[in-house]
Ligand binder design. Structure first.
Ligand code: ADP
Length: 231
């Protein structure tokens, strides 16, 4: 675990620099780009982001297993969070021809929870939703449930779907539906394991509803830490 942890940090640092420079290039900060260069850069950024995601998931799994994670509760503005996530993933979805949408109430509302853990949960779900959807849409939504004691987040897609008999197993560490040598989709099978572990950590619950070739919907319900602590 120490070895993996050091390796992941060492792999992550230069990668973050590469992504930073690629983004500067893409935004035209280092000079104008033609269409072909722009497209090459988009592909580069897509792959490097996927690689960063894998490294982050390995680091997160190591920390979870070493029991070194201590939650830090803060007030999180739910609409801000959803809108920020949408803008972070807009271009990746766009590049695949997938429409990324979001739904939340017009009145702002907050949740007290660990923001980093909540973001990691949603990042992993959105990442999968875009990865396993080749046409149609991905929708992020959030709403208050249980008289405001909980917030329900959901990430729905119109992607390849998951057969009923494997809907429990996908939350296991390193589980992937397609484990052939010629796997079409990247990843290491840690994303949903982390979603489950972090949701448990925040005393929440995660559910999946899915139909092959129609799509999947992952729902995470997180209690409001302040209200939960008062009871
Ligand atoms: P990874 O995405 O790295 O393979 P995950 O733990 O995130 O690992 O997911 C495990 C498996 O669950 C995936 O390999 C895939 O088979 C399935 N899966 C997860 N999310 C979706 C989704 N939105 N649509 C279809 N299949 C999914």
């Amino acid at each position: 675990d120490d070895f993996l942890s050091v390796m992941s940090h060492e792999l992550k640092t230069p990668l973050v620099v590469v992504i930073g420079y690629a983004e500067l290039l893409k935004n035209g900060a280092i000079g104008a780009l033609n269409q072909e260069q722009q497209e090459a850069l988009e592909r580069m950024l897509g792959s490097t982001s996927e690689q960063l995601n894998i490294i982050n998931n390995i680091l997160e799994t190591i920390q979870l297993e070493a029991n070194t994670i201590v939650p830090t509760y803060q007030l999180v503005d739910v609409q801000d969070l959803i809108e920020t996530l949408k803008s972070e993933y807009d271009s990746r979805a766009n590049n695949k021809g997938v429409k990324l949408g979001c739904r939340h109430s017009a009145t702002p509302f907050q949740i007290i929870t660990d923001p980093a853990m909540l973001k990691q949960i949603l990042h992993n779900l959105i990442n999968n939703a875009i990865k396993f959807t080749n046409r149609g849409s991905v929708t992020l939504s959030a709403r208050k449930v249980g008289n405001g004691k909980k917030v329900e987040f959901s990430v729905s897609d119109t992607g390849i779907g998951i057969p009923k008999e494997t809907q429990e197993a996908i939350f296991e560490k390193f589980y992937q539906l397609d484990n052939t040598d010629t796997r079409r989709y990247g990843g290491v099978g840690l994303g949903l394991h982390i979603v489950k572990e972090l949701t448990d950590f925040l005393h929440g619950e995660v559910q999946v509803e899915s139909e092959p070739r129609k799509g999947s919907s992952f729902t995470v319900r997180i209690p409001n830490a302040k209200i939960a602590a008062r009871e």
